[in-house]
Design a protein around this ligand. Structure first.
Ligand code: PEP
Ligand code: CO
Length: 456
């Protein structure tokens, strides 16, 4: 294979960053290249084998986190909140599906953002858009919006700090979070929730508490195992200078590994078959994700898979569909059919966020909770009808009480959005909304298990 970590440079780079000083860019690239990796090839392999299980329906992927991480938010409480929500959701999903959940955060590197326009105009001033903290700064000034390659090195450092804390917490710092009694579930009492749903959420919590209590009662060993939690990292591999500087061979192993994250993905805007991103991703050993929107056609998707996964390796590709609630029923089936006809195995993941973004009259980006749920439900129905497996969800969420998406038992209304609208990019589900999504998915998983049990 005629490939190197830098062969992407000869291809067209979608969403290319306009760095204005080649020497400064080269210096940051070399600095990054000399730094140790953030993750190891063994961890990456472990994730890949778990994703291979998920392709067969033996595990379920929960991937979630910020749309855009911000360096200013690299703080203990923010990181803890993020892990807490992923952990609590995963326990609810394990309870519903009775299968292990693979937890993958959009964190420790989710610092680069594609934008629909390279420039932003306010009044009569036009400046480069904000492309994430890895590229430039959000403030609307020429200095802040200049693409600064040193921010790549800063993003690496903040990723390392984040990951260091995640690793410590995962090793046993979550003991108290295993009990629903310690969770913040007041939203379940909210008046807007249908009684039947409320009863279902309460039942899940009660049963989960009992099950965990039982596990603990069995013995010391299981308590210890229970409090050790595995998390993996992921981000959009958008800035190929950053990704390729940390892509290398490791001793006594074949191939090249992108050691910035376990699971990098290609975005909807950068997945051109002949483009730089596909060129880069085809050569790395990591499991990879590809975001796919409603305009994709089956033949194009199959060609992409052939380029990215020529040997059809288990766990290699996750296709993350993000169609929008209004379009998924018509746009998804042809893709599932085409991939099945190609004989390839992929992990199908639903991102119910990126096809459901709207803008309020006052100009805030938001998402409706009902649209998010509806896309998950409809995606599931399409998979069930065609006999394919929905193996995971990909969400933008936070463990904090933000007001960015409207609806759900959390009770956030459009007029509440201003109260705590904190995202650096797209609107995220808040704690209550994210938990409610988990309860709904778990409910569906449980129903499905009951229906597929052989009659006695
Ligand atoms: C994202 O995941 O934040 C994103 C930009 O998604 P997409 O590529 O699907 O638009
Ligand atoms: Co986003």
């Amino acid at each position: 294979m005629d490939w190197s970590p830098e062969s992407w440079r000869s291809k067209k780079v979608a969403q290319e960053v306009a760095y204005d000083d080649p020497a400064e860019l080269a210096a940051s690239f070399e600095a990054l290249r000399a730094l140790p990796p953030l993750v190891t090839s063994w961890e990456i392999d472990r994730l890949r084998s778990q994703l291979a299980d998920a392709q067969l329906g033996k595990r379920f992927l929960l991937q979630g986190g910020d749309c855009a991480e911000s360096m200013a938010d690299c703080r203990a409480e923010v990181i803890v909140d993020q892990l807490k929500i992923l952990l609590q959701m995963s326990l609810v999903l394990i309870h519903g599906g009775k299968k292990p959940v693979v937890r993958v955060g959009r964190l420790a590197g989710q610092y680069a953002k594609p934008r629909s326009s390279p420039v932003e105009t306010r009044d009569d001033v036009t400046l480069p858009s904000y492309f994430g903290d890895l590229v430039n700064r959000p403030a609307f000034t020429p200095a802040a919006r200049r693409a600064d390659p040193r921010l790549m090195v800063d993003a690496y450092r903040y990723s390392a700090l984040t990951l260091n804390f995640i690793r410590s917490l995962s090793a046993g710092g979550f003991a108290d979070l295993h009990h629903p009694e310690a969770w913040d579930l007041a939203f379940i009492k909210h008046a807007a929730l249908e009684p039947e749903l409320r009863a279902s959420y309460e039942r899940t919590c009660r049963q989960l508490g009992e099950a965990l209590g039982f596990m603990e009662a069995i013995g010391e060993n299981s308590v210890d195992q229970l409090t050790r939690v595995e998390f993996f990292t992921s981000h959009e591999g958008l800035n190929l200078h950053y990704e390729s500087a940390q892509t290398r061979k490791v001793p006594r192993r074949d191939g090249y590994w992108d050691l910035t994250a376990h699971l990098p993905w290609i975005g909807e805007r950068t997945r051109a078959l002949d483009g730089a991103h596909v060129e880069f991703f085809r050569g790395i050993k990591n499991p990879i994700g590809v975001k796919v929107g409603p305009k994709a056609d089956g033949a194009e998707l199959v060609a992409l898979l052939a380029a990215l996964d020529p040997n059809s390796e288990p766990g290699r590709v996750s296709i993350i569909t993000r169609m929008g609630a209004a379009r998924v029923a018509e746009a998804l089936p042809p893709l599932l059919d085409a991939v099945r006809a190609s004989g390839r195995r992929v992990l199908w993941v639903c991102d119910p966020m990126h096809g459901n973004t709207t803008t309020t009259a006052s100009g805030l980006k938001t998402r409706g909770f009902e649209d998010v749920l509806s896309e998950i439900e409809q995606t599931w129905e399409v998979h069930d009808a065609l006999g394919t497996i929905l193996g995971g969800v990909h969400l933008e969420l936070t463990g904090a009480d933000v007001t960015e998406c409207v609806g759900g038992a959390s009770g956030v209304r459009e007029e509440d959005l201003q109260r705590n609208y904190a995202t650096a990019c797209d609107p995220r589900l808040n704690y209550a909304q994210a938990m409610e999504v988990a309860f709904r998915i778990a409910r569906r998983m449980a129903r499905k298990r009951r229906n597929s049990r052989p009659p006695r």
